[in-house]
Design a protein around this ligand. Structure first.
Ligand code: ISL
Length: 577
């Protein structure tokens, strides 16, 4: 059944599964080594085959590509490296013809420094667009450009100060990310109306929604106060002045009013929100708020970070990540809606991060099962559905990501080997190696030299090798997605975790009316686990719905990484029980 046939009044996105494409790395149709829109069109059968409902494209707009397109120099076009607007129209039409929807990335916390808005803003103190960005004079008593003269002590997301000095005007501009990504000033009404206008333009062109990049950073405290400096660091944490401020709510409501009301179809809105808390997410995604449909939270993917952030490897792992996800399930049970993800273009590959390389297939499918059976909207990041792994980049020369390269420049106090080791584990390039379509040397991604190397260790990890194998990771994702479409409890059932004595045994139910329920039992470890007493509170008889291994005696003991979904057999259902 296609999305278009679903019951009227039921928001179309509620049981949808989203697939994220990172265009640079998905499919290269012209052999220049960079993925493109034509390549995506040629591979849409793969999304159809998986059962995907929504395609989310990471940025395809004209961009100097300092941060792979998250630095946009023209909001109404397509970068020539990816194709042109006509090809994008063709992609939109093809996606719709297949009964799918398409969501674009909206990156409006910042633009590129090569965007005409910024070029005009930078042109002089009296430019009419000067206040479209955050300009500030050097710190009192300092000369612009000298160390310590930055207007605040903030450290940026990509290491180093958040301020760049502009010789010509003698002022600094704010950039929370790279210096080629100046932050827009959302306090300026003209900025907001220019953004809303652009969003309407895209909706009129036929797109079905937006994934909004760092949307909880758009409101800044105009006083721009210094932030606290952690022991051993030279720069401060300014996030109190720019992360998750109360005003984000009213800005999002205004956007909703200006852009999304009066549309005949529901527009899907997903806000990316680093650092968002559960109570904030409930407020943002409560339908009564008229803000967003769902947000990306970061708590579970922070489970293995240390106090110093992602490069500071922590002691936590999968158990902690699961606890976080369960808290989010409970936290948004009555109000709001979860997004569910393990991977995206910023995260290391989940099977390498939380799975077991020795039990690659079983851990990849178990991790998928426990995510896809939760309440919320699942996101599959390209390659996750075939269990793609992290890449052992041999040297710095093989890395491409600005965040990793900045970290290596800045990693004072760490040996080169230690710093590279951390990049191996946490770096974003792990997610950005070419999509593995087949087992050929170029992985079927490109006939040319890819912009970033293909993962060397990839036996069995390609679409071609898995497509017709019913035991493959790909086949398992296909089954999980089909189950969501066919079984309303996966969308709507109430989540209840059943606590167990075994720390790596995850048990939860999804409960509906009249005793209807699904039971999920997963062994998230490489040891056998006795299930035994754990199921005492999961009353009833259960019939197997789905399993990632040959079904065994799952009510008694689970093999390593065994994950099972069962349905309660309700007496009187069919007159036989
Ligand atoms: O990637 C991160 C941690 O490694 C985050 O800090 C990330 O930068 C943050 O989640 C924001 O991500 C988004 O905005 C960035 C861009 O680099 C990311 O690719 C994008 O997903 C700036 O636009």
């Amino acid at each position: 059944m296609s999305l278009h046939d679903r019951v009227a009044g039921d928001p179309w996105w509620r049981n949808a599964v989203v697939y994220q494409v990172y265009p640079r790395s998905f499919a290269d149709s012209d052999g220049d080594g960079v993925g493109d829109l034509r390549g995506i069109i040629q591979r849409l059968d793969h999304l159809d085959d998986l059962g995907i409902d929504v395609l989310w494209l990471s940025p395809i707009y004209p961009s100097p590509q300092d941060d792979n397109g998250y630095d946009i120099s023209d909001y109404r076009g397509v970068d020539p490296v990816f194709g042109d607007l006509e090809t994008l129209d063709e992609l939109i039409a093809d996606v719709h013809r297949r009964g799918m929807r398409i969501v674009l990335d909206l990156v409006v916390n910042h633009t590129s420094d090569e965007h005409p808005w910024f070029e005009e803003s930078r042109s002089g103190l009296d430019s009419p667009k000067r206040d479209w960005y955050w300009w500030r004079p050097p710190r009192l008593g300092h000369r612009g450009g000298e160390p310590g003269a930055e207007p605040t002590n903030w450290e940026g997301f990509f290491s180093g100060s958040t301020w760049e000095f502009d010789e010509a005007s003698g002022e600094y501009f704010l950039h929370l990310f790279s210096r080629k990504q100046p932050d827009l000033n959302w306090e300026h009404p003209a900025v907001r109306s220019a953004v809303y206008d652009m969003m309407r333009w895209w909706l009129d062109r036929g797109i079905d929604g937006f994934r909004m990049d760092v949307i909880n950073l758009i409101s800044k405290d105009p006083a721009l106060p210094d932030g606290p400096v952690a022991p051993g660091r030279s720069l401060g944490d300014g996030s109190a002045a720019y992360l998750g401020r109360e005003r984000v709510h009213s800005l999002l409501r205004e956007m909703h009013r200006e852009v999304f009301t009066d549309r005949t179809e529901h527009i899907l809105t997903i806000g990316e929100m680093p650092g968002v808390r559960i109570d904030q997410a409930a407020d943002h995604t409560d339908p009564a708020s008229n803000e967003l449909d769902m947000v990306f939270q970061f708590e579970h993917v922070g489970a293995d970070h240390g106090p110093g952030g992602k490069w500071d490897l922590g002691s936590g792992g999968l158990r902690e990540a699961i606890d976080v996800l369960c808290r989010w399930q409970d936290g948004l049970a009555d109000r709001g809606w979860n997004s569910l993800y393990w991977n995206n273009h910023d995260q290391p590959r989940v099977v390498s991060r939380f799975g077991d390389p020795e039990r690659w297939r079983d851990s990849a499918t178990a991790l998928a099962t426990v995510l896809h059976l939760q309440r919320g909207t699942p996101f599959v990041y390209q390659g996750e559905e075939i269990g793609m792994t992290n890449t052992p980049f041999a040297s710095v020369d093989e890395l491409r990501d600005i965040e990793s390269l900045r970290f290596l420049d800045d990693a004072a106090g760490l040996s080169a080997a230690e710093a590279l080791g951390r990049v191996h584990r946490m770096g974003r390039d792990n997610a950005r190696t070419p999509m593995q379509w087949d087992a050929s040397p170029g992985a079927g991604f490109s006939s040319g030299t890819p912009w970033i190397g293909v993962t060397p260790d990839r036996a069995g990890i390609s679409v071609a090798e898995q497509r017709t194998d019913p035991t493959s990771v790909l086949a398992h994702y296909r089954r999980l997605i089909a189950l969501r479409h066919d079984e309303p409890l996966v969308t709507d059932g109430r989540f209840r975790r059943i606590t167990t004595d075994a720390p790596d045994l995850l048990v939860f139910t999804r409960e509906g009316e009249h005793d209807a329920a699904l039971l999920v039992i997963a062994n998230l470890s490489s040891e056998h686990i006795e299930v035994g007493e754990s199921l005492a509170t999961a009353e009833g008889d259960w019939e197997l719905v789905l399993s990632n291994l040959d079904p065994g005696d799952w009510m008694t003991r689970l093999r390593p990484w065994e994950a099972v979904v069962a349905r309660r057999v309700v007496a009187g259902d069919d007159g036989t029980t």
